[in-house]
Design a protein around this ligand. Structure first.
Ligand code: ZN
Length: 308
C-alpha cells in the first residue's frame, strides 16, 4: 500500500475534523431563549391577515397555547424542536470576538415581496426572531436562497403547527438562514445552492394567518435582525460589504432580554386565584389588579396577566 504524502494526510484529517465538527457539535445558546418564536410569529401574522396588531386577537391567540409549565410563558414543543434544529446547524462556537463579513452585492432578498409585515424584535412579550414578508395573491411567491450555502434541514412541522414547512441553509461561515411557512420546497438536505437559487414557494403553513415568508438569520448561534443587513422595502442591501460582529449581536440580544424581563406574564390555569399569582410574583393583589386593569377579582383560565 502506498503511503499518502504528509500534506494529503493533513488534508484528510482536517476534513474529518471539520465533518465531525459540523455534524455533531451542538452549540449551546449563551443567552437563554425564553421567548417563543412561533407565538411571536403568530401575533404578527394576525397583523398580516389585516387585523389590528393591537387587537385582543393577539391575546386570544396566545390563550390557544395549550402548554403551560410555569409562571413564565412556556416554550412549545415545536419551539424546542426548531431551536435544536437551528443549533445543530450552527457551524461554530459562540465566540464573542467572531466577525462575519458578507459581500451583499452577491446576496438576494429571499422574496420579491417588498412588504415587511412584521419586523424582528419584541412582540407583546415574546421575541419575533425573523422578518416577515407579506405574500399577496398573484405575486411571485418564489423563495430564494439569500446566500450561497448547503441545505441542512427540510422539515414540515405541520399544517397548523410551528413554522409549517421550513428550510434551513448553512452558509459555511457561521451564518445560517431559515425560510418558514412555505407552501412547498424544491430542495433536499445536502443540496448546494447559489444565492438566488429557488428554495420553494412561500405560503401559509404552520401557525400563520396569511401567506408570508418568515426569514431568520443567525451567526454562530446568535440571532441577527435581517433588516440590519437587507433593505427589504427596496429589495436591496444597506452596505455592499457588511461586517457583523458577534459582540454587537450579543449586546443587542442582551438588551432585548433585559426589556423582556421587565414584563413578565402569567397564563391563568384552572384553580388559580389572584392571591396565589400575586404571591408567586411577590407582589400585592392590588398591584396585580392595577397592572392588568382588573376591576374585580374574576380571572379565567387562559387569561394572560402581566405580573411585573
Ligand atoms: Zn415571522
Amino acid at each position: 500500500m502506498k503511503l499518502l504524502a504528509p500534506s494529503k494526510v493533513l488534508t484528510i484529517v482536517c476534513m474529518i475534523a471539520l465533518a465531525a465538527f459540523a455534524k455533531d457539535e451542538i452549540v449551546p445558546e449563551t443567552i437563554p431563549q425564553t421567548e417563543s418564536e412561533f407565538s411571536g410569529d403568530t401575533l404578527v401574522d394576525e397583523a398580516d391577515a389585516g387585523n389590528n396588531p393591537n387587537a385582543p386577537a393577539e391575546i386570544a391567540e396566545n390563550e390557544a397555547d395549550s402548554s403551560d409549565n410555569g409562571p413564565e410563558m412556556s416554550q412549545e414543543e415545536a419551539d424546542a424542536e426548531l431551536a435544536a434544529d437551528m443549533n445543530a446547524t450552527d457551524s461554530a462556537h459562540v465566540d464573542s470576538l467572531a466577525k462575519l463579513v458578507l459581500d451583499m452585492t452577491t446576496a438576494f432578498v429571499p422574496s420579491e415581496s417588498r412588504r415587511v409585515s412584521a419586523p424582528y424584535g419584541i412582540r407583546t412579550y415574546r421575541m419575533h426572531r425573523g422578518v416577515d414578508l407579506g405574500l399577496c395573491h398573484g405575486e411571485d411567491r418564489t423563495i430564494v436562497a439569500a446566500f450561497a450555502g448547503v441545505v441542512t434541514k427540510v422539515r414540515n412541522q405541520g399544517r397548523r403547527r410551528g413554522y409549517g414547512k421550513y428550510v434551513i441553509l448553512d452558509h459555511g461561515n457561521g451564518l445560517t438562514t431559515l425560510y418558514a411557512h412555505l407552501a412547498s420546497w424544491k430542495v433536499n438536505v445536502g443540496d448546494t445552492l447559489q444565492a438566488g437559487d429557488t428554495i420553494g414557494v412561500g405560503g401559509n403553513t404552520g401557525r400563520s394567518f396569511g401567506a408570508h415568508l418568515h426569514f431568520e438569520m443567525k451567526f454562530n448561534g446568535t440571532y441577527i435582525d435581517p433588516a440590519t443587513v437587507f433593505n427589504f422595502e427596496q429589495g436591496t442591501f444597506h452596505n455592499a460589504l457588511t461586517t457583523i460582529e458577534q459582540q454587537q449581536l450579543l449586546a443587542v440580544e442582551g438588551e432585548f432580554q433585559k426589556e423582556l424581563a421587565k414584563h413578565r406574564y402569567y397564563k391563568v390555569r384552572r384553580g388559580d386565584c389572584l392571591g396565589k399569582i400575586a404571591r408567586r410574583y411577590g407582589i400585592s393583589i392590588t398591584k396585580l389588579k392595577k397592572l392588568n386593569g382588573l376591576k374585580g377579582n374574576m380571572i379565567r383560565p387562559g387569561q394572560v396577566l402581566r405580573c411585573s
